[in-house]
Design a protein around this ligand. Structure first.
Ligand code: AMP
Ligand code: ZN
Length: 498
């Protein structure tokens, strides 16, 4: 991946949800970034809404890397502790699905983790650096609960451990991320039911004693039980990124209670706030309503790629859908519809065709009709402004227009500008936006053929280096006969299909 010009010459601004402002981004350790994003709860297939959030953070990950940062990106898999209704009572989502399907919980976890990985790779999303699971970190969760108890911010009740929100709020600020205030929360909540173990309704579980029928359970000093949902993210983020790290992301709907509780746990355990920049991605809607597993208002990636659904007139390619999502800023709501996807499909192919056409342009003595340097700067400026992909795409279309005018011989481009145009377009379209030229590379076979031609190019270069021109010409001529044309330039040899 290209890393020039590096972060040292760019000023990146990130909208920090906790301050409600765009702030200049400065990492804790120069050149290095720790980023944590809440991953999926693997109890069913991911829907497109989930995918949008992960694609939003894939864009962030890609741009940070493009700027030359070394990024450690941690995205967890929630495979235990996430209860129905996202609350402290009820059945574990994974265990419930296992019961219904008569499978082991870990069979459910495996099935939907694989599905998630397959879908994300279809969307050309780069795998995180570490993908830890909640069940793999029970020991660390128990340790952090002990710390929170020792620091006086949690209490035991009937074998369960609860976080004492009111106690915490005496010295810290519970609600600072979601803009809530504890007094209002108290005023708006009903009394606790008599059988509740909590001192106050706002308290949340760090450890829950398992009911006899609860199958996902582990021993602890307090009871056989399981960790609270919010705790796993505190544990896995601090374990791999440190007690304080740069960026924490997730969907907007996780701000409260999940992320608010993560802040409280981090501050209570470590005495410092865990995250410098909180980022929240907005929702994908369908018919104006949030896509959501619980209401059934969803479309799955499988239904989308096959065209087998009631919403769309035809199947759409993963790259087109990715492009559709990136045409909206990650903090804006995006509504999914057939018309919007059809419009994106046209735009996507127009963009890809123009990128391909760059290779066919011939250079002139000077550039007329376009300021390449200013345009390149404007592409960086768009992304530096809180990852503004729709503005970036608009800038890329300015270049598309210019490329097409040069093609029609109504404008000219110099050799050095042509090289910059090539590098910048390829960098932003493929590396940063993560789009794939599906027309040529969508199939597995396409990938293999590309690899084969590249191998032949290497063999030809070796033959030429050995002055074995008979072999090098044979490779070139026979490929040409098959409709594959090799092009030599100073950067090396590329190929195109005739
Ligand atoms: P879950 O598997 O339910 O924990 O959700 C995984 C991620 O998807 C979380 O970051 C959610 O905020 C996000 N998410 C859920 N629904 C949507 C939606 N309709 N649009 C965008 N993101 C969503
Ligand atoms: Zn989380």
């Amino acid at each position: 991946m290209t890393s020039n010009p590096s972060y040292t010459t760019q000023e990146l601004k990130i909208y920090n949800s906790i301050s409600g402002k765009k702030e200049t981004f400065t990492p804790i350790t120069e050149g290095n970034i720790g980023m944590y994003v809440c991953g999926p709860t693997v109890y069913s297939n991911v829907h497109l809404g989930n995918c949008r959030t992960f694609i939003s953070f894939d864009l962030v990950f890609r741009y940070l890397k493009y700027l030359g940062y070394k990024v450690r990106y941690v995205r967890n898999i929630t495979d235990a502790g996430h209860l129905e209704n996202d609350a402290d009572d009820g059945e574990d989502k994974v265990a419930k699905k296992a019961r219904i399907e008569q499978l082991e919980p870990m069979e459910i976890v495996q099935r939907y983790t694989l599905d998630f990985h397959q879908v994300m790779s279809k969307f050309n999303s780069i795998a995180p650096s570490i993908e830890p699971t909640a069940t793999g970190h029970i020991v660390e969760q128990i340790e952090i609960i002990k710390k929170i108890i020792d620091n006086g911010f949690a209490y035991e009740s009937n074998g369960s451990i609860y976080f004492d929100v009111q106690k915490f709020n005496e010295t810290n600020d519970y609600g600072k991320l979601s803009g809530r205030n504890l007094e209002d929360m108290i005023a708006n909540t009903r009394e606790l039911t008599a059988q509740s173990d909590k001192k106050n309704p706002q308290d949340f579980a760090l450890w829950k004693k398992a009911e006899p029928q609860h199958i996902m359970r582990w021993p602890s000093p307090w009871s056989d039980g399981f960790p609270g949902w919010h705790l796993e993210c505190t544990v896995m983020s601090t374990k791999y990124l440190g007690e304080r790290f740069d960026i924490h992301g997730g969907g907007m709907d996780l701000k409260f209670p999940h992320h608010e509780c993560e802040i409280a746990q981090g501050e209570a355990a470590c005495g410092q706030t865990p995250v410098n920049y909180w980022m929240h991605a907005n929702m994908l809607t369908l018919n104006g309503k949030k896509m959501s597993k619980s209401t059934g208002n969803t479309i799955s990636p499988g239904e989308l790629f096959s065209g087998n659904n009631d919403i769309l007139n035809k199947a759409f390619d993963a790259s087109v859908v990715r492009f559709f999502m990136l045409q909206a800023h990650y903090r804006s709501i995006l509504d999914f519809s057939n018309d919007a996807l059809e419009a994106s499909e046209k735009g996507f192919y127009k963009l890809i065709d123009a990128v391909k056409a760059i290779d066919t342009l011939s250079a002139n003595t000077k550039t007329e009709g376009f300021d390449i340097e200013k345009w390149t700067t404007s592409c960086y400026d768009a992304m530096n402004d809180d990852f503004n992909s729709p503005i970036l795409i608009a800038k890329l279309f300015d270049a598309v227009k210019f490329i097409n005018t040069v093609k029609e011989k109504k404008a000219t481009i110099s050799a050095s500008d042509l090289a910059i145009l090539h590098k910048t377009m390829h960098g932003f379209v493929f590396d940063v936006l993560g789009l794939v030229n599906t027309a040529e590379t969508s199939s597995d076979l396409g990938d293999k053929l590309t690899g084969t031609v590249e191998l032949l190019i290497t063999l030809r270069a070796e033959a030429r280096a050995n002055k074995d021109f008979a072999t090098s010409d044979k490779i070139r001529d026979e490929l040409l006969e098959m409709g594959i044309q090799l092009k030599d330039s100073r950067e090396g040899t590329s190929f195109s299909l005739n």
